[in-house]
Design a protein around this ligand. Structure first.
Ligand SMILES: C[S@@+](CC[C@H](N)C(=O)[O-])C[C@H]1O[C@@H](n2cnc3c(N)ncnc32)[C@H](O)[C@@H]1O
Length: 311
């Protein structure tokens, strides 16, 4: 329980942040820094104040009552309760930051993870350097799109360079609501760059010939328990890849992706750290060559790419 309300009325903002962070820390096994940052982010969102303003006001000894009316304090304490009950920070603020974008998220959709930014960078490098994508419209697919993080990040970074069509395919109707909204938020009037949300099974949908397909499907193997409390709030259909090894959905999606590639096109797959051998078999089985494994920031093999031969 977050019984801070009565106490907080007499506290400085700095004390309030520190004590709130301690409660969060004990629940989530965060480090102190992460816990303080989370409280600051919640305050930033709730008070509509820049985080630096909050820090300055804490350092200069302002009191909680300088920032909050009695009602507002009650409401903020309720928000803290939700966080302590396991609701992800991003669901509360309805925003997830990914590759410089602020995406709309909430219950029913996967929260994009920072490690997936690497997948976007790999695809961007390929698209901007590859010969067969320098003329005409580029067609890409983001399969298992969730909030649209990957497709929208690609569009945002390519829109000034090339004419672009990106299909963002998502099967879950709940997640699709967020995808549609994010595509609308980041669509550019008079732009030749468009991200089209498609509600469909990414293993079955008919795709146009693509220059590259980027996939972050559900891939967690069945034996892996979801440890952090907030991960358990996300839909399990976004997490577990099904089958004995968690690769059933990735298999189906890779197959469809490979079939849709133009010659010289590339598939970019994110997977679990134990699945690179499985991926190394699945991609060639679907006609892809030049298989490469890429490590994430923690040196774990989390990405595999493969190309469709040019002729
Ligand atoms: C790990 S999440 C990734 C979401 C997003 N690409 C990202 O990186 O943030 C996997 C997503 O795939 C969706 N999904 C699961 N099975 C699918 C299928 N057969 N076809 C399309 N989408 C699927 C889930 O609903 C979820 O949104």
């Amino acid at each position: 329980m977050f019984n801070a309300e009565r106490r907080a009325k007499n506290e400085t903002l700095a004390e309030f942040i520190k004590k709130s962070a301690c409660v969060l820390k004990s629940k989530y096994e965060f480090g102190q820094e992460t816990a303080v940052f989370e409280v600051e982010l919640l305050l930033e969102w709730f008070l509509k104040l820049d985080i630096n303003q909050i820090r300055i006001r804490a350092i200069t000894g302002e009191f909680v009552t300088d920032l909050f009316s009695a009602d507002a304090l009650t409401n903020f304490c309720r928000i803290m309760e939700r966080r302590l009950d396991g609701e992800p920070l991003q669901y509360i603020t309805q925003t997830a930051h990914f590759y410089g974008l602020a995406l709309f998220v909430g219950p029913g959709v996967f929260i994009p993870r920072p490690e997936t930014e690497k997948l976007v960078s790999l695809a961007l490098d390929f698209i901007t350097t590859s010969k067969n994508t320098t003329s005409g419209e580029i067609v890409l697919a983001d399969l298992c799109a969730g909030s649209g993080a990957i497709g929208l990040a690609l569009a945002q970074n390519l829109k000034s360079k090339v004419a672009l069509k990106i299909l963002a395919v998502e099967k879950s109707a709940d997640a699709f609501k967020y995808l549609k909204k994010n595509c609308a938020r980041y669509s550019y009037e008079h732009s030749s760059s468009v991200v089209i949300p498609v509600l469909a099974d990414a293993g079955e949908v008919e795709l146009p010939p693509c220059d590259a397909v980027v996939l972050n499907p559900p891939y967690i193997p069945p034996e892996v328990e979801l440890l952090p409390l907030s991960v358990r709030a996300e839909p399990t259909t976004a997490l577990y890849g099904l089958g004995d090894d968690g690769f059933e959905i990735p298999h189906a999606v890779v197959k469809n992706a490979a079939q849709s590639l133009k010659p010289g096109g590339c598939v970019f797959l994110e997977h679990f750290e134990t699945q690179s051998e499985t991926a190394a078999k699945a991609l060639p089985k679907n006609g892809l060559t030049n298989i490469k494994h890429i490590l994430d920031l923690n040196q774990r093999p989390r990405f595999t790419t493969g190309m469709k031969p040019s002729s």
